[in-house]
Design a protein around this ligand. Sequence first.
Ligand code: PLP
Length: 244
Amino acid sequence: MNATISDNIKMIQQRIEKACQSSGRDPQEVTLLLATKTVTAERIKIALQAGQTLIAENKVQELKEKYEDLKGIPHRNHFIGHLQTNKIKEILKYNVSCVHSVDRFDLAQKLHQRLTADNKTIDILIQVNTSNEESKYGADPDQVIDLVRQIAPLNSLHIKGLMTIGLLSAEAEQVRRCFQLLKQIQQQIIMLDIPNVSMQELSMGMSGDLEIAIAEGATIVRVGTAIFGQRNTPDSYYWNENLI
Ligand SMILES: *Cc1c(COP(=O)(O)O)cnc(C)c1O
């Protein structure tokens, strides 16, 4: 089991390196994030001990359950799941340095209020629904620029880029279009040069499509299954509870 997790990490690193080579990118530009939903703290520890430093949960409840067990091992926590406004206070207890899933103004506003009260700041990415699937959270591609303009003045939130979940199990070219759309939106926003907004990060690509995402400019790939194995809980549970 232990060998498997570290072997899997090596395999993913090789996939990342190869994808970078094919598209003339420096592997240093791509950060591996471990998506740890449903994975026990014990197994996450194995990955951290193998040298990984960035993990992310989808649910505040899981973040909370594993927090104490992992606290002693140096690492960073991101958050990649749908965030309900009533969980904001809770999530800020667990040292999350970046929320990838900000997709609406009211969430940003409430995060900002709480952070301001606590005298803290946080990095955020704007999640975009590039696949147009109802089952995915994320801002409408047409509304992202307005959303970024609205959020930019909230000075406890540092916008660092965009995140998307590509179309699942479809043809590579359709998946690629999702990532290209995210890149296009990123480029449009860069041109606007909005104060307090940086757009260096593109969080896209998972176990099944990280090569395509890297070819299209991903700077963070989020990998779960290919490192920790199949999950028993369907992703719909994490991506949109309303549709189960
Ligand atoms: C689960 C999850 C991932 C990882 O997906 P795998 O296919 O298991 O690699 C990436 N991003 C988000 C938002 C997730 O919920």
